[in-house]
Design a protein around this ligand. Structure first.
Ligand code: PLP
Length: 419
């Protein structure tokens, strides 16, 4: 099938069916009279809103086989997504991201699979959430979107919004990798660096929302990025033959993906597409920024601001998460845990997996590998567990070690030097 045919087939799903959204619900109070089809930010209690669907109607409208037969990419999960009209759907050519077993970099007998989200448009899984946020903003008539970002989210927002014909203002901490900042700007985002962290950028967006009428697309401050990230759970279930893996290691910043997958599994079970088995959800953070791990260890429901957050795994340098309690709930309900990894261990794992298996993880993805190694060693998971590691972005967007080997073409070459 050519790309164009796939795109038309996917778009047709949106022409033929409306969304199955019934209402939105406050994730902390349960208040559920937030209406579909209206613009929403946080709930009245200042917490994320969750989109609810008529699951019975979804069950009667589509089968697993029909879903499997559709062309790949997250828009295929039409019935589970909030977009109502075909005009709002915005696609940059998404793919179903591959799952690859690690070989030489793991001990014999281990079943460790990498889900490589770096294959999505703009090179990260932020494409999933931002495509949905942009589509919904377009559908609801919002035309200027703003967001703080550590890089990947801004890139995805800029690309999808520009393609959809919407304006964006994007703020990054001034130590964000330069490749990300330039990418965002080139893809049409009005981009600024800020002398602070992502939460400082977030404050400026919040004020600008009042002042300028921007739509605030910050993590979990609008309801639809979760719905996009939810497709990781749907896709994973489909790829594994509607069987759950034993353990999922997820590099956790704002937690959208972990919360989204947990929601996906719940919806799938309610319509009878999967059983009650759940993977253990493991929230992975870096030692220099581990608010969720601290709250998990201390038995708390919320995770206060982590001071002087530090890590070069930028996607998980998130000092405070508005959905902290949702992350912690999913982790605990799943019998999982939260774990932090050392900065050096992250980059050691990135280099090792790349050299031994030819798979270039991003630092955040490498953090999940490091966490898996620690968990295996401490016995919190077993060698026989089927494990999914999320590689959330292409490793190509991050600084890599310098190479040093040089050949002088004008001198005789000593061929014994080649190993
Ligand atoms: C954003 C990001 C994360 C964290 O994702 P959340 O779902 O917000 O926790 C992890 N890794 C990379 C590469 C990211 O860009």
């Amino acid at each position: 099938m050519t790309g164009d045919v796939e795109y038309k087939l996917t778009k047709k799903l949106y022409e033929e069916k409306k969304s199955f959204v019934t209402n939105l619900e406050c994730s902390i109070t349960g208040r559920d009279d937030y209406k579909a089809g209206e613009i929403h930010g946080l709930s009245e209690a200042g917490r994320p809103l969750l989109v609810r669907y008529d699951l019975e109607a979804i069950k009667n409208s589509v089968t697993r086989k029909e879903i499997e037969a559709r062309p790949g990419g997250f828009w295929k999960y039409r019935e589970f997504l909030p977009v109502n009209t075909a005009d709002a759907m915005v696609s940059l050519g998404e793919v179903m991201t591959p799952i690859m077993p690690l070989k030489a970099s793991v001990p014999d007998g281990c079943d460790v699979l990498v889900k490589d989200e770096g294959r999505l448009p703009t090179g990260s899984f932020k494409a999933r959430g931002l495509a949905l946020a942009v589509a919904m903003a377009k559908e609801l008539g919002q035309n200027h979107l703003a967001m703080p970002t550590n890089g990947n989210a801004g890139a995805a927002l800029a690309a999808y919004a520009t393609y959809a014909g919407l304006k964006t203002t994007i703020l990054c901490p001034d130590d964000t990798p330069i490749v990300n900042i330039r990418e965002i700007e080139l893809q049409g985002g009005d981009t600024y660096t800020v002398n602070g962290l992502i939460n400082d950028c977030g404050k400026i967006v919040l004020e600008g929302k009042e002042e300028m009428g921007w739509a605030d697309i910050s993590t979990l401050k609008e309801p639809y990025r979760i719905e996009g990230k939810k497709t990781m759970g749907l896709e994973l279930a489909e790829q594994l033959g509607w069987e759950m893996p034993d353990v999922i290691f997820y590099p956790t910043g704002g937690g959208t993906g972990l919360i989204g997958m947990w929601k996906a599994f719940d919806e799938l079970e309610k319509i009878g597409w999967i059983g009650s088995k759940r993977p253990k959800m493991i929230a992975v953070q870096a030692e220099g920024c581990a608010p969720i791990v601290k709250a998990y260890d201390e038995g708390e429901e919320h995770a206060p601001l982590w001071k002087e957050a530090y890590t070069h795994a930028w996607g998980i340098r998130v000092p405070i998460a508005i959905g902290d309690f949702l992350i912690l709930r999913a982790v605990r309900e799943s019998n999982g845990f939260a774990i932090s990894v050392k900065e050096d261990h992250i980059f050691d794992c990135r280099n090792r997996v790349a050299k031994q298996d030819g798979i270039l993880l991003c630092p955040e993805g490498a953090a999940t590998f490091a966490a898996w190694e620690m968990a295996l060693e401490s016995g919190s998971i077993s060698k026989n567990d089927k494990v999914i590691l999320f590689n959330c972005a292409t490793g190509l967007k991050y600084p890599m070690p310098e190479t040093v080997q040089f050949l002088d073409k004008d001198q005789p070459i000593n061929y014994t030097r080649f190993k």
